[in-house]
Ligand binder design. Structure first.
Ligand SMILES: NC(=O)c1ccc[n+]([C@@H]2O[C@H](COP(=O)([O-])OP(=O)(O)OC[C@H]3O[C@@H](n4cnc5c(N)ncnc54)[C@H](OP(=O)(O)O)[C@@H]3O)[C@@H](O)[C@H]2O)c1
Length: 223
């Protein structure tokens, strides 16, 4: 673990997307806290991930405690619990960057969601004391756990009203092997969520689990 790197809490990090992100950042030295509604469940998942990597730097805490202990928080609770989860940890998130990975799309019946974006909703609910950034909504959980030390064949669209906060998240995405682009303010994130509807439909049609997006025409180095 590199102690100069920010501590990342993954809230709702016990499901499919959260552990994948945790593995990629822990692999490159970031201290990670897995968050859950139940501290025991968080600790169990943290232990499994530590064993997978042969490290001991991933810990587990209840979501609110995890948020308070972290420098940057990533929200990966199931999309149907987005508002409920945020209401429960609103005070714990004050002063933090919150990265919202929520794509409000039903896997069984994918349709693009209506505005406002989940991230805009989060910003309205949490208030100006939290810098909300939308990212990772198109990154399939299935891809994250593979080839941890290599670049991922996926790009990340990062939306935020605060470009400095977006740059922090672009750096995090790069560190975990993903190329990331600033893609405008939080209202644009509804389009990014809608892309997840396309990707799920494509996965169903082509029998895959890893459809994702790639941007052309902007010459950025891959992270
Ligand atoms: N799966 C993907 O490939 C993928 C890709 C891109 C983006 N995303 C987005 O990432 C987020 C998580 O997706 P997922 O597939 O990882 O979801 P998931 O596995 O279904 O659930 C994630 C976690 O949500 C927590 N949760 C469930 N009900 C809750 C409630 N009422 N209140 C608070 N937390 C609750 C659970 O944690 P505890 O029981 O431990 O509290 C659960 O482990 C979603 O917003 C999704 O749109 C997913």
């Amino acid at each position: 673990m590199n102690k100069s790197l920010p501590r990342i809490a993954i809230l709702g990090g016990t499901g499919k997307e959260g552990p994948g992100l945790a593995l990629r950042w822990a692999y490159v030295g970031y201290p990670i806290i897995i968050g859950s509604r139940q501290a025991d469940k968080a600790r169990l998942v943290a232990e499994e991930l530590n064993q997978q990597l042969g490290i001991d730097t991933i810990t587990g805490q209840e979501n609110g405690d995890a948020a308070r202990s972290a420098d940057i928080c990533i929200l990966t609770v199931v999309q149907t619990a987005h508002q409920q989860a945020l209401e429960g940890i609103k005070e714990d998130l004050q002063g933090k960057i919150l990265v919202d990975a929520t794509a409000r799309v039903d896997f069984r019946d994918p349709h693009p969601p209506s505005p406002p974006s989940a991230a805009r909703h989060a910003q309205n609910l949490l208030g100006p004391g939290v810098r909300v950034v939308a990212a990772f909504q198109n990154v399939p959980a299935h891809s994250l756990k593979k080839n941890l030390g290599s670049s991922l064949d996926t790009d990340v669209l990062v939306c935020a009203d605060d470009p400095a906060a977006a740059e922090v998240v672009i750096h995090l995405a790069n560190a975990s092997g993903m190329r990331a682009y600033y893609a405008g303010g939080l209202d644009n994130a509804v389009t990014v969520e809608g892309l997840t509807s396309l990707l799920i439909s494509m996965n169903k049609y082509y029998g895959t689990k890893t459809a994702s997006i790639g941007i052309t025409g902007i010459d950025l180095p891959r992270g």
